[in-house]
Each structure stands twice: as structure tokens, then as C-alpha cells.
Design a protein around this ligand. Structure first.
Ligand code: B12
Ligand code: SF4
Length: 520
């Protein structure tokens, strides 16, 4: 019984920006009696189904965006006589779809680190269960990825997870509902061991695949303190302290290493944390800015973010601490007007953010937005063929609408066109070159320009465009750009690298920090 793990994708670029971490974690979760699994990442190349034989087991991980392709792969695998097992966020939310459309024998809901092995053993005994409840396992049980199985020269960034879950509750995001609001933080040692294994292979760029790298804010601490909730204060302090220990360990890694993470804007108020990030060389962070007006922020339950000049100031604070921001903005909120588009582009420029993504409001399953939207389809949802738009991921990509929530004053085409214009403006060569000043060497400046152009081609043109000629041109250019990009990201392997030790640093008591800011 050969085990295959498939990361489905409609578009293959030959090279990918970030490793799909789940593939390598599930490889680690595969019991050794089955041997090493075959890993197929379709963002690189499409699967060759002739390699699947009767009695093999095929694990397919899906999020909403690649669910339909995942069902095609599952159906093909089942037709070849293999056991088919689905997992990932989308399968966890809609297990029945995987049975009806994807040829599934089983679905694993939640974390696969333990349940995957059980499912494989049951397949081997010809007795797979329909559902496996993987649940939310404790951080101590998260498995380190099998990086030894990664193909050579295919990925620019590797991804290592340090924490799962997020205490916030943004309306467009499913993380806090699926991964939970209680942060599950890995001990620094395991994280460092994985990173060392990657640097040994020549990876110097690492994405910290975290929901929110800053799980405890100074406001959280202040609140717990004001409530005299001593156990809460101790718990929050311990989570915070462990973040500092991790960052100190990262700082001890080779100096050419660069990290990228996802974080909330509130970290701008925590100078000690930002300074630790600088030392750890966490040089980039995806920050959900979402909207540039207070009304927009309220609409997505993210009113802990600032708007206007205060927002510019906060974004600049990250830059001052050497953390370059990938700002994520949402277009299509009911509060958006025609002015929102240029105003957002201007704000992004003024704030000096290094990268930006401008996404169209999409109701993702598992979110508050989705539930509200689905409920509001009075008289039944519109359909494309026989498929209601509330199951838009089942609509073939070329027919899939780009906008789902009607806007009070703009048509879907207008929103898409204006969004595309903002991408064009932000990623124009002159501005990209100007922004590349954040890199210190010519090589890094070039890497910045290439990655900016690649990001735009892979994301904006293939994602937003409805014009298929433009889409295939973008795919062609992305393939072409990806090769030199990859070389710029590679470093000389360091096969003898050892994990750095710790000097026993401890974060300043948060209350020293709080005392300061409360007085200010
Ligand atoms: C890091 C990350 C990114 C990174 C890197 C992506 C990459 N190539 O790896 C970046 C920033 C590029 C990114 C981009 C996007 N992301 Co993202 N991302 C994440 C994040 C924070 C972590 C993913 C990760 O690596 N986790 C670590 C692995 C080990 O965990 P895991 O994937 O959950 O897998 C576990 C289980 O699900 C299960 N499992 C998974 N697959 C399988 C398969 C089998 C067979 C089995 C048995 C089990 C199993 O076992 C695994 C181990 O426990 C998740 C949030 C989250 N908590 O999942 C969002 C998340 C996956 N992203 C999301 C979204 C929406 C996006 C974007 C569309 C955002 C946007 N609008 O631009 C893009 C799409 C990119 C793409 N085409 O894939 C959503 C998906 C929602 C949905 N319903 O599909 C999530 C859930 C966050 C959210 N906001 O809700 N993302
Ligand atoms: S968008 Fe970010 S801050 Fe909001 S709940 Fe999701 S992970 Fe947390």
C-alpha cells in the first residue's frame, strides 16, 4: 500500500513561493510501516494518476479555493481502486461534499497529526471509518514537518508553524472558529530544530505559518490586571514570555536568515516586542489592514485597527523597527465608495508598506460573514447552472462569479476593474523600485523587484482577472519569473549547522511596559 498525499491546484507554475506545510506534516504523521509517502504538490506540477495503484491510499488536503480540483483528484484516485481520504479546513467544514463529489472513503475533521495514522491503519485493515475527529490537539503534539522529503529547487520559502489559533474574532475569518481562540503555541525548541534542518538544506527565507504571531496584546494584559484575574495574567505572561524566548533563539540563527509572519496591527504599540522581532530578523509581516475607514473596520468586526493618519503612523512604526509590512486590504465592503480605491492606494504608499494585496470581499465558509450572507438569500440563492452561488467553490473556475455580495452602489465588474487598477498602481515598476530600497544589497533589491512582480502575476492577474487570455499570459509570466526568483532566494547549504542556544533572556515584565504606556 503506497501512500500518496496530494495538494490540489488548477494552476501549476513549476516553482512555488511557499511550501504547503500540511503535506510535510502529514508525511511526518504517516506511520513508518507504510514507508515514505509520495508527495504531490499540484502548484508545481499536475498529478500523474497512472502512478496510483489499486489498494494505495491517497490523502487530499483542501481549502475552499482548491476544493473542486481536490474532488477531481479524489474521483480519479477512487476510480483507480485507491482508498481516498480528505482533510483540511474545507473538508472539516463540509465533509459530506467530499463523499458526494470527491470519491472519499473517509474524511478527517480538524488536525491530522494523529488521526491520519489511524485512518491509514484502518484502510490497511479494509475497515476505514467515515469520519475521524482530529479535533484541536495540544501544541506539544504538533508534529515537525518531514523536510527531508521536499524536492530540491522548487520552493522559495519554507513554512514553519509556531502557533495555531487567534483570540480575535474578525467576521471574514474562520481561524478563530476552526482553530480556536486559545493560542496553541509550540515550544521554541521544536520550531528551531525545524528551521535549522531547513537552513542546512539552503533555505534562508522562512514563513512562520501562524494565524497571529502576537497572541497576547498589552491591552489583553491590562484588562486581566484590571480585573484582578491573577491566573489569566500569569497565563498571558507565560505565552508572551515564550514568544520572547523563541525570538531570542531565532536571533541566534545564521545572519542571512529572514523570517516572515502574520500579525495584528496592535503589535505596533509594543516597542519591546517589535525590537525583539527586529533582532530575530522577522523582517516581514502580513498585517490585515482590511479597510482604511472606521466604517469599513466596523463592518468586519476589526475596530481594534486604526484608520486614517493613525493607521499610517502604526504601519510606519513596524518599518521603523525593521519589520516590512505586507498590507492586506479588502475591497467590496458595503461602506466602500469609488473614492475608497485611490484612497487605499495612497494610504498604502504613504505608510511605506513593502507589499500589499487587495482582495475582493469573499465570504469564506465557517465565517460570520458567510453565515450572514447565506441566511440573507431570501427567495433562494442565485444559481450558475444548477449550483447555488452559496456553494461557489463548486462552480467551475471559468464560470465562477468574482463577487458574491452585491454592493449597494457598484457593480461587480466595476469593483473588479477598480481593484485591478489599485494592483496596477501599487506594483508599477517605478514604485516597486523605490520600495526596494528597504533591501540593503543589490541582490536583495533585485529579489524584492522579482518577488513583487511575481506576486502580482500569480495573485492579481490569475485571481481577479475574468479574461482567460490575460489569465494564461499571467500564468506564463509567473512561470518565467519564478525561475530567477528561486535562485535569488537560495543560499549555500550549511549541512553542519547546529541549533543556537539560549542565554536565558526574559522579557521585561509586561507591567513595566504597561506602567510606561498607561502613564503616557
Ligand atoms: C500560512 C497561511 C497562508 C500563507 C501560506 C500558504 C501556503 N502556501 O502554505 C499565505 C499567506 C501565502 C496564505 C495565503 C492565503 N490564504 Co492562508 N493560511 C495560512 C494559515 C495561517 C496556516 C496554514 C498552514 O500552513 N498551517 C499549518 C498546517 C500544518 O496546518 P493545516 O493546513 O491546517 O493542516 C492541518 C489540518 O488541517 C489537517 N489537514 C490538512 N490537510 C489534510 C489532508 C489530509 C488527508 C488529512 C488527513 C488532514 C489534513 O492536518 C494538518 C495537520 O494538523 C491558515 C490558517 C490555518 N489555521 O489553517 C490560513 C488559511 C488556510 N488561509 C486562508 C485563505 C483564505 C488564504 C488566501 C485565499 C488569503 C487571501 N485572501 O489572500 C490565500 C490563498 C493562498 C492559496 N492559494 O493557497 C484561509 C482558508 C479558508 C478556507 N475556507 O479555505 C485560512 C484557513 C485562514 C483564514 N483566514 O480563514 N495563507
Ligand atoms: S483575521 Fe487575523 S486577527 Fe482576525 S481572527 Fe483571523 S487570524 Fe485573527
Amino acid at each position: 500500500m503506497v501512500i500518496h498525499l496530494v495538494n490540489p491546484s488548477d494552476s501549476s507554475f513549476g516553482t512555488a513561493v511557499i511550501t504547503p506545510r500540511w503535506l510535510y506534516v502529514l508525511a511526518a504523521a504517516t506511520p513508518s510501516q507504510f514507508g515514505d509517502p509520495q508527495l504531490i504538490d499540484e502548484t508545481l506540477e499536475q498529478i500523474d494518476v497512472s502512478r496510483i495503484l489499486p489498494g494505495d491510499a491517497v490523502g487530499i488536503g483542501i481549502h475552499t479555493g482548491n476544493a473542486l480540483r481536490g474532488y477531481e483528484v479524489g474521483t480519479m484516485a477512487r476510480a483507480r481502486g485507491a482508498w481516498v481520504i480528505f482533510g483540511g479546513i474545507h473538508a472539516s467544514l463540509y465533509p459530506e461534499e467530499a463523499f458526494q463529489l470527491g470519491g472519499a472513503h473517509s474524511v478527517v475533521k480538524g488536525d491530522g497529526d494523529i488521526a491520519w495514522g489511524e485512518a491509514l491503519n484502518d484502510c490497511m485493515n479494509n475497515n476505514p471509518q467515515r469520519l475521524y475527529e482530529g479535533g484541536r490537539i495540544d501544541a506539544g503534539r504538533f508534529l515537525p514537518a518531514r523536510w527531508d522529503l521536499m524536492p530540491k529547487d522548487k520552493y522559495m520559502w519554507a513554512s514553519v508553524q509556531t502557533i495555531r489559533g487567534c483570540p480575535k474574532h474578525c467576521s471574514f475569518c474562520s481561524v478563530w472558529r476552526t482553530d480556536g481562540q486559545r493560542p496553541r503555541q509550540r515550544a521554541p525548541e521544536g520550531v528551531i530544530q525545524e528551521i535549522v534542518a531547513l537552513r542546512r538544506k539552503g533555505f534562508r527565507f522562512i514563513a512562520l505559518a501562524d494565524d497571529n504571531f502576537y497572541p497576547v496584546t498589552l491591552t489583553d494584559l491590562r484588562l486581566a490586571e484590571r480585573q484582578n484575574n491573577h491566573s489569566k495574567v500569569a497565563e498571558l505572561q507565560s505565552i508572551r514570555e515564550e514568544r520572547f524566548v523563541l525570538m531570542e533563539r531565532l536571533a541566534g540563527l545564521p545572519e542571512d536568515m529572514i523570517f516572515f509572519t502574520q500579525i495584528t496591527m496592535e503589535a505596533a504599540e509594543d516597542a519591546e516586542f517589535l525590537e525583539a522581532m527586529r533582532k530575530a530578523r522577522i523582517k516581514g509581516a502580513l498585517i490585515g489592514v482590511e479597510a482604511v475607514t472606521p466604517e469599513g473596520l466596523k463592518a468586519v468586526f476589526k475596530d481594534f485597527n486604526y484608520s486614517g493618519d493613525r493607521l499610517v503612523q502604526q504601519l510606519q512604526t513596524f518599518k521603523e523597527h525593521g519589520v516590512h509590512v505586507l498590507g492586506s486590504f479588502i475591497f467590496g465592503l458595503p461602506t466602500d465608495t469609488q473614492e475608497t480605491f485611490p484612497a487605499t492606494a495612497t494610504l498604502a504608499e504613504k505608510a511605506g508598506i513593502a507589499f500589499a494585496q487587495f482582495v475582493m470581499l469573499t465570504p469564506f465558509p465557517g465565517t460570520v460573514d458567510f453565515e450572514r450572507w447565506e441566511k440573507n438569500q431570501s427567495g433562494g440563492a442565485a444559481r450558475v447552472g444548477s449550483i447555488p452561488v452559496t456553494r461557489y467553490w463548486l462552480i467551475p473556475p471559468r464560470l465562477r462569479p468574482k463577487m458574491f455580495m452585491p454592493h449597494p452602489s457598484m457593480t461587480s465588474d466595476e469593483l473588479r476593474k477598480r481593484t485591478q487598477e489599485v494592483w496596477d498602481r501599487f506594483y508599477g515598476l517605478r514604485l516597486v523600485w523605490k520600495r526596494s530600497q528597504c533591501a540593503s544589497t543589490l541582490r536583495d533589491r533585485l529579489a524584492f523587484v522579482f518577488i513583487s512582480k511575481l506576486y502580482r502575476q500569480m495573485y492579481a492577474n490569475t485571481g481577479i482577472s475574468t479574461d482567460s487570455a490575460r489569465k494564461s499570459r499571467a500564468t506564463f509570466f509567473a512561470r518565467w519569473l519564478a525561475k530567477p526568483c528561486l535562485r535569488l532566494f537560495q543560499a549555500k547549504p550549511m549541512p553542519d549547522l547546529q541549533a543556537p542556544g539560549t542565554t536565558g533572556h526574559s522579557a521585561k515584565s509586561p507591567f513595566t511596559v504597561l506602567g510606561g504606556s498607561t502613564r503616557a
